[in-house]
Design a protein around this ligand. Structure first.
Ligand code: RNT
Ligand code: ZN
Length: 420
């Protein structure tokens, strides 16, 4: 272990002790928090269906950085590289169209656990939990941006069968890896221009979801979550599965509820929603993303928005009830780096929150001393958090500071650059 890292940590821990904070306890806690790494950053949300068309559902991955994964083996290798540069034990989040179909046309309503056997073996070999997402976009039957709420019964039924197939796969995944797999439902359904019937699609969506959830699965292996959204490109005026729709649905049907940080008005953050929702819904799923001007899904950076989310989770003692996943796709930079930067930032934000002088802050607030609360919050920002983070990386056996970048650069040279 580097003497500098160790010495800096010793001094930092001392400084934190003066503030009433136990740095060692924070690190022990951080170690227990898994982040779900989203498969779709590795290939710009393309998936592995051989009949897959363009990225649909109003999603857009922009940029043409070379080296995107083209096969499941490449995606696994890239993700494993990223995970080797991130401290802790994490999870991997798959979309249904990332199955291994071996050149066969297996339609979305025909997918089976066997198409994910390669992923399950890989996850087991790395000790990863798995999460899952039905894919309701990039498909001819989703071309008009209606799926589960489609007016056509046949199309609706097709997507209902897809949802059921996905829950069975998630169940198999959860059972095989021994960690509950969260199945996240997001559908693109909505309209470019103002509809005259907002009610019909919502009623159909409720019915379709109810039919999907009626299929029995072992809840210890998989749990369901529903993700609301404000709008997408080409779906600007009406989203059937809005925030209010799914918040109500999850409360009524006892599913989890997914908050994606990019799915609100540009100045609206999810910080205040966490404690409000967790007052009534037992567990939430986060899609941590970064919208720049719109739901642009930029790589997550360590800023105020991320910090505030982490603080809410830590201060409210919500980590045990929150599944943290990332959701962005930047095709303009090295995709392995995009993963590493985002997960390391999520962990840094959590660590920073765990290192807050929370007892003193609470005491200041309780006694009405808001001057001290503000002063302490601001002083806490310059406490030597970086030394604690470096020490955590070093003890976890991953690169300290920017040292991970040269590993990604070497991987780009030796592996990514050789892809056609
Ligand atoms: C779309 C949702 C959804 C997707 C992924 C690919 O706006 O955020 O979660 O990003 O399922
Ligand atoms: Zn999302």
């Amino acid at each position: 272990m580097s003497a500098n890292v160790q010495q800096a940590y010793r001094l930092a821990a001392e400084r934190y002790r003066e503030m009433g904070v136990d740095a060692g306890a924070a690190l022990a806690k951080l170690k227990t928090v898994p982040i779900s790494l989203h498969c779709w950053q590795g290939d710009d949300v393309k998936g592995f269906e051989d009949f897959g068309g363009e990225l649909g559902g109003g999603l857009a991955a922009t940029g043409n950085y070379p080296g995107a994964a083209r096969t499941p083996d490449e995606l696994r290798a890239d993700a494993a590289k990223a995970l080797s540069l991130i401290p802790g034990t994490h999870r991997f989040n798959l979309h249904a169209f990332y199955g291994e179909f071996k050149g066969k046309k297996v339609d979305r309503d025909e997918i089976l656990p066997e198409h994910f056997a390669g992923w399950i073996d890989w996850a087991r070999s790395l000790g990863l939990g798995l999460d899952f997402n039905p894919t309701y976009f990039s498909h001819p039957k989703a071309a008009d941006n209606f799926t589960l709420s489609h007016a056509d019964r046949g199309i609706r039924d097709f997507w209902i069968r897809h949802g059921i197939a996905c829950r069975r796969i998630a169940e198999a995944m959860g059972r095989a890896v021994g960690k509950t797999c969260i199945t996240n439902f997001w559908i693109p359904d909505g309209m470019k221009d103002t509809p005259v019937d907002r009610r019909g699609p919502r009623e159909r969506l409720i019915q379709a979801l109810d039919e999907i959830l009626a299929a029995p699965v072992d809840q210890s292996c998989t749990r369901d979550s529903v993700e609301g959204k404000l709008f997408a490109i080409g779906i600007e005026s009406y989203t059937v599965g809005s925030h209010e729709f799914y918040q109500s649905y999850s409360l009524a049907r006892r599913t989890l509820f997914t908050l994606d940080t990019g799915h609100y008005h540009p100045t609206e953050t999810i910080t205040d929603k966490i404690s409000a929702i967790l007052s009534f819904i037992p567990e939430i799923l986060l899609h941590v993303s970064r919208g720049v001007r719109w739901d642009s899904d930029h790589v997550v950076t360590l800023g105020d928005d991320l910090g505030a989310i982490a603080q809410e989770l830590v201060r409210g003692d919500y980590l045990g009830r929150t599944h943290i996943g990332l959701d962005y796709f930047d095709a303009s930079i090295n995709r392995v780096a995009a993963w590493v930067i985002g997960v390391r930032n999520m962990l840094k934000a959590l660590l920073q929150a765990m290192l807050e002088p929370i007892d003193r802050l609470r005491e200041a607030e309780r006694s009405g001393d808001y001057t001290a609360r503000l002063a302490l919050l601001e002083e806490a920002k310059t406490l030597p958090f970086g030394a604690v983070w470096d020490y955590y990386c070093e003890t976890a056996g991953v690169p300290v500071g920017e040292a991970w970048l040269s590993e990604v650069q070497a991987y780009e040279r030796d592996v990514l650059a050789r892809r056609g």
